[in-house]
Design a protein around this ligand. Structure first.
Ligand SMILES: Cc1cc2nc3c(=O)[nH]c(=O)nc-3n(C[C@H](O)[C@H](O)[C@H](O)COP(=O)(O)OP(=O)(O)OC[C@H]3O[C@@H](n4cnc5c(N)ncnc54)[C@H](O)[C@@H]3O)c2cc1C
Length: 431
């Protein structure tokens, strides 16, 4: 055996890097293997929801994030393309201090986590290190084989964590079956300078068309435009002017900003998918994040949930070390804690895909009607907000709520204020 680590984490992405940092802070030194040669570069924006902000705060990073890459945003407006405002969401309804969404660009959060990991666990993050296979004794995983800068290396470990994304090689190597689904829609994203003063986020919904406009730090704007999966060549061939014109037609106030899109280097193309792994644990190994449960970005929770997985696993692993027990039965505690919430979010994301991405005129009318009802129904709107904010693990709507949201049934509690803002139980209400 070439070397030993207590824990090997494969993949320093949204979940793996946070797990590496959390374990380091709890006195367990992990070895994190990342196939990329360094931190990710290129165009990327992201919404950091309140649950993710709390985790970043707990690891000491929330207030270290670079100001030039992070912008708090309070209001999100949903609008009909070519039509009226449908619904407005106010993050200020949530309990402070995490009562804003953070719009981040330039991989700000990810870079901060990687930097902290390298500083707090020197030598514990290997770039250019690709996982190739697991090492086993009988059915138990006892380490990994990796290609480290062109050289094969064998690393023994008490636990192997597959945090290597939706097409996880670790998951495959340990024989966990998974159902993978590629959505027919992908996203073109861009970060542009925005001379117009923009304070609030806007999300335009049309027929098979979605355009998100999010204010970003330093007078920039993060744009997210839905395109057909596999159509990036087609979109590029049509030329940037077509896109500029379309975006200007959707949001004429920002025409000047959209003129700043002059070449495709200012954009990135991101496919979307869902992964459902049958189990997340086996003897000596676990998977987390997109490897276990990739989800559609509509719920804005993919990276957040990978981070929450990391927190749950970092709480379970110390007891595994204390008991010297890394069996699937013990590791299962982590999966049992996490499954209900991610399954709820995956279902919610798919419902949103069904209604938001639709080109069907009847579904479009129903979608717009639900948004308009939610706009007037404080109780239901708060439920949706807490789901997106990552603050609930039960579905936002039951059957009755759905009928009420669609406007088919009156809601006598529509004006009910969220529990935490009631004077008598401020801060302690259940969501
Ligand atoms: C358009 C779009 C917008 C999104 N917006 C948001 C958002 O606003 N908020 C949010 O919370 N989420 C968002 N997401 C989702 C989010 O990006 C993912 O859910 C998140 O990155 C998952 O984290 P992860 O650690 O599981 O996987 P990843 O972040 O994909 O990390 C996997 C890591 O493993 C490495 N790796 C892979 N194979 C190997 C190997 N063989 N050996 C070693 N390393 C390997 C990869 O290089 C990578 O670094 C969005 C996704 C898309 C597509």
């Amino acid at each position: 055996m070439d070397t030993h680590a207590d824990i090997v984490v494969v993949g320093a992405g949204g979940g793996g890097a946070v797990l590496g940092l959390l374990l380091t802070q709890r006195g367990i030194r992990p070895l994190v293997l990342e196939r990329a040669v360094g931190p990710p570069q290129g165009i990327r924006g992201e919404i950091v929801q309140p649950n993710g902000q709390k985790i970043l705060d707990d690891v000491g990073l929330l207030h270290q994030l670079p100001k030039e890459a992070v912008r708090p945003v309070r209001h999100f407006h949903f609008r009909q393309i070519g039509g009226k405002r449908l619904c407005s969401i106010d993050y200020d309804e949530l309990p402070p201090p995490y009562n804003r969404a953070l719009v981040t660009v330039s991989h700000a959060v990810h870079h901060a986590v990687l930097e902290a990991l390298e500083k707090q666990n020197p030598g514990g993050l290997w770039y250019g290190a690709s996982f190739t296979n697991v090492l086993k004794q009988g059915d138990t995983v006892v380490g990994v084989e990796a290609d480290v800068q062109g050289k094969p290396v064998r690393i023994s470990a008490n636990v192997v964590v597959g945090a290597d994304g939706p097409f996880s090689k670790v998951r495959e190597a340990i024989g966990i079956p998974a159902r993978l689904h590629r959505y027919p829609e992908s996203y073109l994203v861009a970060v542009l300078e925005c001379p117009e003063k923009l304070e609030e986020a806007q999300y335009f919904l049309g027929k098979k068309e979605i355009f998100g406009i999010f204010p970003a730090a330093k007078e920039n704007v993060y744009l997210v435009y839905m395109v057909k999966s596999g159509s990036v060549q087609e979109v590029h061939a049509a030329g940037v002017e077509i896109l500029q014109r379309r975006w200007s037609a959707i949001c004429p106030e920002l025409e000047g900003t959209f003129k700043g899109l002059t070449n495709w280097e200012q954009t990135a193309y991101l496919p979307t998918g869902r992964a459902r792994a049958q189990t997340w644990v086996t003897d000596g190994a676990v998977i987390l994040g997109d490897a276990a449960h990739g989800m559609n970005p509509h719920v804005s929770q993919g990276r957040m949930q990978a981070m929450v997985d990391a927190v749950a696993l970092a709480e379970v692993l110390p007891s595994c070390f204390a008991e010297d027990d890394f069996s699937a039965a013990t590791l299962k505690r982590y999966e049992q804690r996490r499954r209900p919430m991610v399954e709820m979010l995956q279902r919610l994301a798919d419902e949103e895909v069904f209604f938001w991405n639709t080109g069907n005129p009847i579904l479009t009318v129903l979608r717009n009607r639900v948004f308009s009802t939610l706009d007037r129904n404080r109780r239901l709107k708060y439920r949706v907000l807490t789901a997106t904010a990552g603050l609930r693990d039960t579905p936002p709507f039951g059957i009755m709520d759905r009928l009420q949201a669609a406007g088919f049934w009156p809601d006598p509690r529509a004006d009910q204020r969220p529990p935490h803002v009631r004077a008598q139980d401020h801060g302690s209400g259940s969501l």
